[in-house]
Design a protein around this ligand. Structure first.
Ligand SMILES: Cc1cc2nc3c(=O)[nH]c(=O)nc-3n(C[C@H](O)[C@H](O)[C@H](O)COP(=O)(O)OP(=O)(O)OC[C@H]3O[C@@H](n4cnc5c(N)ncnc54)[C@H](O)[C@@H]3O)c2cc1C
Length: 515
C-alpha cells in the first residue's frame, strides 16, 4: 500500500511537488485542466511557430539543479542552458541606452559611461546592499517554510533584519543610491518581477537585482522546455500525469482533504491534495465549498499585476534588440498610478523578449519570435480592459517602440490580456504573481504550504516564498516537505515504494499527454 496524493495543477510548483513526492515513494496523480504542462510557463503557436508566452528570464538555477538532483538525475541531462553575459538592454525615450552585464565591473563601467562616476559608486553601493539583503533572507525566508517577522528577527537578528529595509519603499531606497531617474527606473522595475509597484514595494525587493546578477540563463528551445522536461521526469519517476483534467472540487471528509472530483464527475480518492492552482481559486470557492475556508480570501485591491502581452512573429529592423530589452516610459510614477486606478498605462514601459537571439544579439534571417509585454491591472474578472482600450494600448506600445527606432513589419501576433489570464488561471483576475508585495507585512500574509484544512497543501507563485519560476519551484518543494512531515507524524512506519510511471491521456477530455 502506498499513500495516494493528488496534485491539482502542473505549473512549476505542482510539477516540483509531484516529482518530489513520487521520489519519496508516494503514488502521485498530477491533474491539470490545460492541454500541456507548465501553467504560466506556456507556449503558443503564432504564424505556424511555437513560442514562449510566459516567463522568459530564468534565474536561481540552483533551485532546479536541486530538483533534478533530488530525483537522482542532473539538469544538464534534460535541458541545455547557456549563461547570459548581457542580462538585459534598456532604452529610454531620450535615446539613451544601457546594458546590464553579468560581470559587476563591466556593469559599473557601463553605468559610469552612462551617468557618471557618482552613479557608478551608487551602483556599487546598491549592489552590495542587495547582496547583503539576499544573504540575510536566503536561508530563513526564501528556503524556509512560511516565516513570521518575529521568527525572522529571532533567527537573523534584529539589526540584520532592520538592514533588509522592510519599512522603506524600493523607490525611496533607490533615490538614496541614484540621482539619475533612469537608474531608479531600471532597478525599480525589479518590483514588477513580483507584480508589484516600486513605489509601494519594500526596499527589501532589491534582492531581486542580486538574484539576476547571480545569473540569467537562456534555455535552449525556450522556457516551456523546463516544464516539459519536469513533466517527463515526473512520469518516469512514477507520477500519473493527466492533462485536460479539470478539478471541480477538493473533497473533504471528516475535516480532512480526501481527494478530488473532476468536472466530468470522476472522483479520485487521496490521503492528501496539493493545490497548485492560485490560492485565490480556493478562497473564491472555485474548488468547492468545503475547501473554501482553507486560505483567507485575497481582496482584489491586494492582487499583483497582470499583463498585456503580444506573442508575435515579425521582421525587426532599426534597433539592436538583445534577448531581453526594456523600453522605458518617460514617466514611471504616472504608469504605476494608472495601474493602481485599474487602467492600462498611457505610456507603457515595454519589455521585448527576442527569443531567437542569443547572447551575441544576432538576429535570425527573416521573421523572428517575440514576446512583447506591458504591465496591466488584474481586473480580468471585474472591469477587464475593453477591446478599444486594448487596441489603444497596443497602438501606444508599438508607436513607443517605433519612436525608439524599432520597426516591426509582417507581424502576426496573439494578444493575451487580464481577462484571458483570468480564464487560464481562475480566481486571479489575471494577477500573475499572487498577492502584490506592497508594504512591510504583505509578504508574511502569503499563505504557506499548509492550509487550514488538514491534508490540503499549497504550491505555486501565490504561496510562500513568492512568484517567479524558481520561487514557485521552491514552494513545490516546501509543499512536499510539509506533506511528508505530516504523513510521518500520523503513521508509525510506511513503505518507500517507487511505482512505475505513466503519463496518460485524460479520461476527462482525451487531450494531450504522452509518455
Ligand atoms: C507573461 C508572463 C511573464 C513572466 N515572466 C517571468 C520571468 O521572466 N521569470 C520568472 O521567473 N517568472 C516569470 N513569470 C512568473 C512565473 O511564470 C510564475 O510565477 C510561475 O510560472 C507560476 O507557477 P505556479 O507553480 O504558480 O503555477 P501556474 O503556472 O500558475 O500553473 C497553475 C496550473 O494550475 C492549473 N489549474 C488551475 N485550476 C485548475 C483546476 N481547477 N483543475 C486543474 N488544473 C487547474 C492551471 O491550468 C495551471 O496549469 C511570468 C509569468 C507570465 C504569465
Amino acid at each position: 500500500m502506498t499513500d495516494r496524493v493528488v496534485v491539482v495543477g502542473a505549473g512549476i510548483g505542482g510539477l516540483v511537488a509531484a516529482l518530489g513526492l513520487a521520489c519519496r515513494g508516494l503514488d502521485v496523480t498530477l491533474l491539470d485542466r490545460a492541454a500541456e504542462p507548465g501553467g504560466k510557463m506556456r507556449e503558443v503557436e503564432v504564424a505556424g511557430r511555437r513560442l514562449d508566452a510566459g516567463p522568459t528570464v530564468f534565474t536561481m538555477r540552483w533551485v532546479l539543479d536541486a530538483v533534478f538532483a533530488g530525483a537522482g538525475t542532473r539538469l544538464e541531462d534534460h535541458l541545455t542552458l547557456q549563461p547570459a553575459t548581457i542580462l538585459a538592454r534598456h532604452a529610454w525615450p531620450d535615446g539613451s541606452r544601457l546594458d546590464m552585464f553579468a560581470d559587476l565591473e563591466r556593469t559599473a563601467d557601463a553605468v559610469q559611461a552612462f551617468a557618471g562616476a557618482r552613479e557608478a559608486a551608487g551602483f556599487r553601493a546598491f549592489t552590495a546592499q542587495a547582496r547583503a539583503i539576499y544573504a540575510t533572507l536566503e536561508a530563513p525566508f526564501i528556503r524556509g517554510q512560511r516565516p513570521t517577522m518575529t521568527g525572522l528577527v529571532r533567527s537573523a537578528g534584529f539589526t540584520e533584519m532592520w538592514r533588509t529595509r522592510p519599512f522603506d519603499t524600493l523607490w525611496s531606497a533607490l533615490s538614496q543610491h541614484f540621482a539619475d531617474p533612469r537608474l531608479r527606473q531600471l532597478f525599480g522595475r525589479y518590483a514588477t518581477y513580483c507584480g508589484s509597484s516600486p513605489f509601494l514595494a519594500p526596499a527589501t525587493l532589491m534582492l531581486v537585482a542580486h538574484v539576476e546578477r547571480e545569473g540569467v540563463w537562456m534555455v535552449e528551445g525556450g522556457m516551456h522546455r523546463v516544464a516539459a522536461a519536469l513533466a517527463t521526469l515526473a512520469a518516469a519517476r512514477g507520477v500519473t500525469v493527466r492533462m485536460g483534467a479539470d478539478v471541480a472540487e477538493v473533497l473533504v471528509s471528516r475535516g480532512r482533504a480526501a481527494g478530488v472530483r473532476l468536472r466530468n464527475g470522476e472522483q479520485i480518492e487521496a490521503s492528501a491534495v496539493v493545490v497548485n492552482a492560485d490560492p485565490a481559486a480556493l478562497s473564491a470557492g472555485l474548488l468547492g465549498a468545503a475547501a473554501r475556508g482553507a486560505v483567507p480570501p485575497l481582496p482584489p485591491a491586494e492582487r499583483s499585476l497582470s499583463a498585456l502581452t503580444w506573442a508575435a512573429v515579425a521582421r525587426t529592423e532599426g534597433f539592436p534588440l538583445h534577448r531581453h530589452t526594456v523600453f522605458f516610459s518617460g514617466d514611471y510614477a504616472a504608469e504605476f498610478a494608472a495601474l493602481r486606478r485599474g487602467g492600462l498605462p498611457v505610456q507603457p514601459t515595454t519589455y521585448v523578449c527576442a527569443g531567437d537571439r542569443d547572447d551575441g544579439c544576432a538576429a535570425p534571417d527573416g521573421p523572428e519570435r517575440l514576446l512583447i509585454l506591458v504591465n496591466a491591472p488584474a481586473t480580468g474578472d471585474t472591469r477587464a480592459p475593453t477591446e478599444t482600450e486594448i487596441a489603444e494600448c497596443r497602438d501606444r506600445t508599438f508607436s513607443h517602440l517605433t519612436q525608439a527606432g524599432l520597426r516591426l513589419t509582417d507581424m502576426q501576433a496573439m494578444t493575451t490580456g487580464p481577462a484571458e489570464f483570468h480564464s487560464l488561471f481562475p480566481g486571479t483576475g489575471g494577477a500573475l504573481y499572487g498577492p502584490a508585495v506592497h508594504g512591510a507585512t504583505a509578504t508574511f500574509k502569503r499563505p504557506g504550504s499548509r492550509t487550514r484544512v488538514p491534508g490540503l497543501y499549497l504550491a505555486g507563485g501565490g504561496t510562500h516564498p513568492g512568484a517567479g519560476v524558481p520561487m514557485a519551484a521552491l514552494s513545490g518543494g516546501l509543499a512536499a516537505e510539509s506533506l511528508m512531515q505530516d504523513l510521518a507524524s500520523t503513521r508509525p512506519s510506511r513503505p518507500a515504494a517507487m511505482p512505475g510511471g505513466t503519463w496518460t491521456r485524460s479520461a476527462t477530455t482525451g487531450s494531450t499527454a504522452s509518455r
